[in-house]
Design a protein around this ligand. Structure first.
Ligand SMILES: [Zn+2]
Length: 188
């Protein structure tokens, strides 16, 4: 009787081992090669930063406040993506101006937002800033940072929006407050 129990137990153990091994394999398969951050990672919490370091250590410090008359202004791109809503508070089109790297990241994020929530778009409330609206060395002045929400301005979506931003390859993502997520990129 005891032997039978023992046998049953070892069969169960073996079964569990196989199930574990299979799910581990399946998990590895789902993850694309070279993808550093696991897919399906949790949404960001309020005040969380990814990576969890100072912004300056991840994307580099601001060098110069770019003005329209500066030669560097020509290096900024105008983002004309129809899948992004631009707040354009200043009515100058400044929010559409950004470095090519930020442009690329936001465009990728816009696609992800569209498929995450139907009828909802990515919304940019600030990108390049020429009006000294940010703190001293803000990367907004170089067009390397953007403040984002979803078009429905639903604060409950921000944690997931921040996760999508990380997955879209934006270099530094900060769930800054209940009203917006701040993202920034390295130079280039
Ligand atoms: Zn910002």
């Amino acid at each position: 009787m005891n032997r039978l129990l023992e046998l049953e137990r070892s069969v169960t153990d073996e079964k569990q081992r196989l199930v574990r091994r299979h799910s581990l394999k399946a998990r590895r398969k789902r993850q694309p090669v070279g993808y550093a951050i696991p897919l399906g990672a949790p949404d960001l919490k309020l005040r969380e930063r990814v990576p969890s370091k100072a912004e300056v250590d991840v994307v580099g410090a601001m060098k110069k406040k770019i003005r329209r008359t500066d030669p560097e202004f020509k290096d900024l791109e105008e983002n004309t993506n129809a899948d992004i809503v631009f707040k354009d508070e200043e009515k100058t089109g400044a929010d559409r101006m950004m470095t090519p790297r930020l442009c690329q990241g936001l465009n990728k994020l816009a696609t992800a937002v569209k498929s995450a929530w139907s009828g909802v778009k990515l919304r940019v409330t600030e990108a390049w800033d020429e009006d000294n609206e940010h703190s001293g060395a803000s990367l907004h002045y170089e067009g390397r940072a953007a403040d984002i929400t979803t078009s429905d301005q639903d604060g409950d979506k921000l944690g997931h929006l921040a996760r999508l931003a990380v997955d879209a390859g934006l270099d530094w993502v900060f769930f800054e407050d209940e009203r917006h997520v701040h993202v920034s990129v390295a130079r280039g």
